[in-house]
Structure formats: C-alpha cells, structure tokens
Design a protein around this ligand. Structure first.
Ligand code: ATP
Length: 202
C-alpha cells in the first residue's frame, strides 16, 4: 500500500480543507518554524488510529481540533482522510477489488468520534487490522520521527521485537491468537456453567 493523498480539515493548524498529493517517490514538506510540518505527520498518525494525545504532542485528544486564532473561530470537528493506492496488491483480500482505500477519522468537541473505511463507518479494530503487518500503522516503523532511531537502539529487547514482528508479518497472527484465546476461555466458562446446570437438574 502506498500513500496517495492526505486530506485534512480542522486538524490542528489546518482550519480549511487541505489536500496533499504524494505522487512522487519522495515528497518533502518544507516551511518556516511553526508552519505545521509536524502537524502533517501528526495527522497521518492520528488517522491511522493513534490513541495517545501525548504522542500527538497534546494534553487531551480535543487539542487536535483547530482551536481558533485572532481572526478565526475554533472549529467543532477535525477530519483527516488518508488515501492509499492498492496497485502493489499488498492489501487484505477484501480490498483487492478497490483501486484505492480511504481511511477517515473524525473527532467532535463533545468527544464523539468516527472511523470510516471507503466512507463506510467501521471500528478502530478494522482500521488497525487494515494496517497490520504492512509496517504502516500508528505505531509501526514507517514513521521515523526525531529521536526514534535512538529510542529503538536503547529500547528493551521485547520492545524492539515488536518492530521485527511487524516487519516479519506476524503481528496479525498474534492479534488473532489473542482473540482466539479469549473465545476459548469464554467457551470454557460457558461449559462450566452448563455443567453446573446439568448437575442441578439431575
Ligand atoms: P518546527 O519546524 O519548528 O518543528 P513545524 O512546522 O513542524 O515547526 P508544527 O509543530 O507542525 O510546526 O505546528 C505548530 C503550529 O501548530 C503552532 O503554530 C501551533 O499554534 C499550531 N497548532 C497546534 N495545535 C493547534 C490547534 N489545535 N489549533 C490551531 N493551531 C494549532
């Protein structure tokens, strides 16, 4: 999956809708200090499901909504869409028939939030699954910000293993294993309850 386009509206310093095209092999974003370069990276991280306001350089998640300037009123909602091309075929089977995949996240000031894939409402889990093992996701190795290399070098072996597993493509299977183990446990509990009821009836 390759990033094609990023659409930002009401996210941090982007009060009006901005669309950034990523057509070339390398896209550079340049500008004076404080113009919003890092906010672009924050927008990418956020739409891919980042849950920590701190990782987006804020105190609360609401801080990502445009909070106004001397001349503009604060906005009530932030929306970011990230569009991927599926040309390389490295997408989950259910998206193979699409030429692009659009992931959208919205947040309203009252805390309500939405995730959408190709404009259809979905769960955060669906967004996470879409990115699993692609190396893209909110915490994956595709975003190397200032200090990240040092952090990886100094990380504990278990923390570093997460990146290696993502690159090796086993993250998805580990996540599925957790879900399967939970189902097994809940089935075991149900069987115990049924056993109790059978004993009572006897
Ligand atoms: P530098 O080159 O210094 O790292 P930068 O270009 O990466 O700067 P950013 O950190 O992306 O700049 O943007 C900082 C700007 O974003 C500040 O002017 C800040 O006021 C603005 N900003 C952050 N959050 C909001 C918000 N919720 N509403 C409006 N503006 C915001």
């Amino acid at each position: 999956m390759k990033i094609k386009r990023l659409e930002i509206l009401g996210f941090k310093s982007f009060q009006d809708k901005v669309s950034l095209e990523f057509n070339q092999a390398i896209t550079s974003i340049v500008g004076p200090n404080g113009c919003g370069k890092s906010n672009v990276v924050d927008a990418i991280r956020w739409v891919m499901g980042e849950q920590s306001a701190k990782n987006l350089r804020g105190k609360a998640m609401e801080d990502i909504i445009f909070n106004g300037t001397e001349y503009r009123k604060p906005l009530g909602m932030a929306e970011v869409s990230l569009v991927f091309s599926t040309e390389d075929g490295r997408v989950p089977a259910k998206y193979l028939n699409f030429t692009e995949i659009q992931v959208t996240r919205r947040l309203y000031r009252d805390g309500e939030s939405d995730y959408l894939i190709n404009k259809i409402p979905c769960r955060l889990l669906d967004v996470a699954e879409l990115f699993m093992d692609t190396g893209i996701g909110a915490r994956a190795y595709s975003i190397i910000e200032q200090g990240k290399i040092g952090m990886i070098l100094h990380a504990k072996p278990e923390e570093r293993r997460f990146l290696i597993e993502e690159a090796a493509g086993v993250t998805k299977f580990k996540a599925r294993k957790v879900v399967a183990l939970k189902k097994i446990e809940s089935t075991r509990q149900n069987l115990l309850r049924i056993g109790d009821i059978v004993t009572e009836i006897k």
